[in-house]
Design a protein around this ligand. Structure first.
Ligand code: SF4
Length: 521
């Protein structure tokens, strides 16, 4: 194995001593252990009693981040100390692997939102639901309520395997050849909360979906449906995607993985990340840097020979649709019922709205909802005779199944309202932008995605939208940097770079930057 000139903190090369404060924090105590302190100590001491290394580190392992103190201008984000930026309230992320929610679970999240989160609830672009204004005193009661219905906040944040993104139509789509839901559940059960993978160099994002209806290229590991000429349906494996600073799209390893082998292969990829991932600098600690340095050939070789101890089959790339699939509107399910995809404005919903949505479901004897990786919602299992009725009732709630192009394809991250890293406001800006575009341009028949981000971390995927807006400082003033022409495989039509593989498939493209188009100051 070739060593890098300067040690990068790779465990497999013998660098076990922490090289930065984050690594030290993780070595001192497993992030998962913070739960006991919340239950036994912090819920009684309140915010003031929280150990700083738990407050700004380990609480993430249970989905908790401190939220931004209101009224601090984005120009001061980088100059203030963490304690000056943070409020005594938390953001709490509920992980929803595969985006699958039952009516009962929806009701519990609505209850928690109203009771403990000032009715806040945002659908994230990784299918989670994020609550705000959470007090540490209330966290044990929230965990109890969530866990009673099979939900969790465990490893929703932190240097761990985050939520697994899946197709919102898994198990109900006529186009799907294999439903990987059971495999997602198996990975959740075996590996989430498992100390084997609770100290990674950084976050680890996964997607497992037969249909290419999730943004798989931005994940550290992605399994996408593909049909092998001899073995039949299985999954094509991609590794090393990630946006933020130094964005990179995932690369195909060229292997075909049958459904039942996904957990083992997933564990192999995350194992490589844990053992060989760079731990010296947080900015270089994502899997994409290792994949970029090694190349796909070496990555596949290490995966097969060191981790799986066997060869994987070569496999074909996935077949991609001509247009992006967001599942908005009514569409038939395999069983003859319909699903209805609706678009809240930039994922913003509320506890009251979630309750009202649950009331509609209950009234029509519907029991399943899905979240999407585009901050949208699907209601499943609607009998054909009542599709229009349900659509009209959801529309009354502001959950339109026939949104304009602008509302349908605009996303926004949390931004300055709650996020300590933000430079600019995002959600309200996006809502205003949608209204302006609707009034000035009307609706247009085109796929134009607009992703608005509060800082360069690109949580709402700045670089892969047709129009990406990213909060930056312009001469010390908060403003947006504009990215144009990004897109993922099905929308970008760009072809894999740095490959002469005749089977190379479109892998999307990263938008080009234009500086300073608009200043918010
Ligand atoms: Fe916060 Fe920046 Fe992520 Fe937006 S992109 S949620 S501002 S870290």
């Amino acid at each position: 194995m070739t060593t890098r000139a300067k040690g990068q903190g790779q465990w497999a090369l013998g660098y076990r001593e922490p090289l930065n404060p984050n690594e030290r924090m993780k070595k001192d105590d497993d992030g998962l252990n913070v739960r006991a302190r919340v239950e036994n100590v912090y819920q009684y001491t309140g915010f003031a009693g929280i150990d700083p290394s738990d407050l700004r580190g380990r609480l993430r392992w249970w989905g908790l981040y401190t939220q931004r103190k209101p009224g601090i201008d984005g120009g001061r984000t980088a100059v203030l100390e963490p304690h000056e930026l943070e409020d005594e309230y938390f953001m709490l992320r509920v992980r929803i692997d595969g985006g699958q929610l039952s009516l009962e679970q929806l009701r519990v999240i609505a209850d928690i939102s109203v009771k403990y989160a000032r009715s806040s609830a945002d659908l994230t672009d990784r299918q989670n639901i994020q609550l705000h204004w959470i007090r540490i005193e209330d966290v044990p009661a929230i965990w109890k309520a969530l866990e009673a219905v099979g939900l969790s906040t465990q490893e929703a944040c932190g240097d761990v395997p985050r939520v697994i993104v899946g197709s919102p139509v898994a198990g109900i789509s006529a186009e799907e050849l294999i439903d990987p839901t059971d495999v997602i559940r198996e990975i959740e059960r075996r590996f989430v909360g498992n100390p084997e993978f609770s100290n990674l160099p950084r976050k680890f994002k996964s997607s497992i979906s037969w249909l290419p209806d999730v943004p798989y290229e931005v994940n550290d590991v992605a399994f996408v449906g593909s049909v092998h000429p001899d073995h039949g349906p299985g999954f094509d494996l991609w590794v090393g995607g990630g946006l933020a600073v130094n964005p990179m799209l995932a690369k195909r390893l060229g292997v075909w993985v049958p459904l039942n082998e996904i957990p083992e292969v997933w564990a192999g990829v995350i194992g490589i990340f844990r053992d060989y991932g760079y731990r010296r600098l947080r900015t270089k600690a994502r899997l994409k840097f290792l994949v970029n340095d090694w190349g796909v050939e070496k990555f596949r070789d290490v995966l097969e020979n060191e981790y799986l101890k066997r060869k994987l089959s070569d496999g074909p790339p996935p077949v991609l649709p001509e247009r992006p699939i967001d599942h908005i509107g009514a569409a038939p399910q395999l069983d003859g019922n319909f699903y209805l995809g609706v678009a809240p404005v930039v994922g913003r919903i509320s506890g009251e709205k979630l309750h009202a949505l649950a009331d509609i479901l209950e009234k029509h004897d519907l029991h399943r909802v899905r979240t999407t990786a585009y901050q949208k919602l699907l209601v499943l299992d609607i009998p054909p005779a009542i599709v229009d009725t349900v659509a009209a009732e959801l529309d009354q709630l502001g959950l339109s199944s026939k949104p304009s192009t602008w509302r349908r394809a605009t996303m926004a991250c949390t931004g300055i309202e709650y996020c300590k890293l933000a430079i600019v406001e995002t959600k309200a800006t996006a809502a205003t932008l949608i209204t302006e575009l609707e009034s000035r341009l009307g609706d247009v028949d085109a796929d134009i995605s607009i992703n608005i981000n509060g800082c360069p971390n690109a949580c709402a995927r700045t670089q892969v939208a047709d129009i990406g807006l990213k909060g930056i400082l312009l001469g010390g003033r908060p403003g947006f940097q504009l990215h144009l022409g990004g897109g993922l495989a099905v929308s970008a039509g760009a072809w894999a770079e740095d490959t002469d593989d005749p089977e190379a498939v479109p892998v999307g493209s990263l938008g080009r930057k234009l500086r300073g188009l608009k200043s918010t100051a």
